[in-house]
Design a protein around this ligand. Structure first.
Ligand code: BT5
Length: 257
């Protein structure tokens, strides 16, 4: 069943998120369109969705492979929290994505720092948070109904809901469930940051495992968790190091044990 604004609206359990909604067929990047919309004064919770993206992007200028069958969604946020707490919005989007997928499919999804959506060591989705002083655009890409053929070169590191469950998920229902979970989590974040951090920790696939951090710094050690600002704690031979999101990636290191 095709993804449509009508189907999403009917399934929404929100007051605000997704009530201003654009659904496009093909776009460059939903984050770009959402930014234009936000600049023009769109309210918090306004959403842009596309059936495919031509230049979908990840963090640090990386590409996000965005063929038909995936969900590509960007939401405008105008958070009241201080700027230094905005990194938590990435956790929020990842945790809400997990909640939506689990509720609709019965899968048990996890997260990998800073905000990958995972099943085991395979990537099922990603989150891109782009902030300006006036607003934040939160982008989510979920591999819903992608086949191994459409995943192409990513076949060994990525997976999709369809590949895992054996049947497609309804994209409009997935979008509506994601927005419903997101609105609930976002309003909870105002008074209860601990809930979000706990939920993220509970879903972490790397906790206690050997990881390698690459980027501005290169470190290898055991993932100890996250602190209350969302920074990653990694135990290395030199002690516990704090890694902030930004110019870094982490990989699970297979130890063969
Ligand atoms: C992310 O970046 O994981 C954030 C992805 C966010 C995509 C959404 S879609 C809606 C909105 N509009 C956009 O233009 N973007 C957002 P990062 O952590 O940098 O991961 C990127 C890396 O993941 C790539 O370098 C590939 O290795 C891998 N990758 C690319 N496409 C993938 C896919 N569809 N599934 C799994 N892995 C993928």
């Amino acid at each position: 069943m095709e993804l449509t604004g009508d189907r999403i609206s009917k399934a929404l359990g929100t007051e605000q998120f997704g009530r201003v909604l654009q659904v496009h067929d093909t776009v460059t990047s939903t984050n770009d369109l959402a930014r234009v919309l936000a600049d023009a004064g769109a309210p918090e919770g306004a959403v842009v969705i596309a059936r495919e993206q031509l230049t979908g992007r990840g963090r640090l200028g990386r590409q996000w492979v965005s063929p038909r069958g995936g969900l590509y969604l960007s939401v405008i946020l105008r958070p009241a929290q201080p700027l230094d707490e905005w990194p938590l919005l990435g956790f929020l989007l990842a945790v809400a994505s997990c909640g939506a997928i689990d509720a609709l499919t019965g899968l048990r999804t996890g997260v990998k720092w800073p905000n990958d959506v995972m099943i085991g060591s395979r990537k099922l989705g990603g989150v891109l948070v782009e902030a300006t002083p006036a607003f934040v655009v939160g982008g989510v890409g979920l591999n819903a109904n992608l086949t191994p053929a459409t995943l192409g070169a990513l076949e060994n590191t990525a997976t999709s809901i369809q590949a895992l469950t054996g049947h497609p998920v309804e994209l409009s229902a997935l979008a509506a469930m994601l927005l419903t979970k997101l609105e609930g989590a976002y309003s909870r974040l105002r008074t209860d940051k601990a809930w979000l951090l706990d939920e993220w920790r509970r879903r972490s696939v790397a906790m206690g495992r050997r990881i390698r951090v690459t980027g501005a710094t290169t470190l290898e050690g055991v993932a100890e968790g996250i602190d209350d600002t969302g920074a990653l704690l990694i135990r290395t031979a030199e002690g516990v190091q704090v890694v902030r999101a930004g110019d870094v990636s982490i990989r699970l290191v297979e130890t063969g044990e």
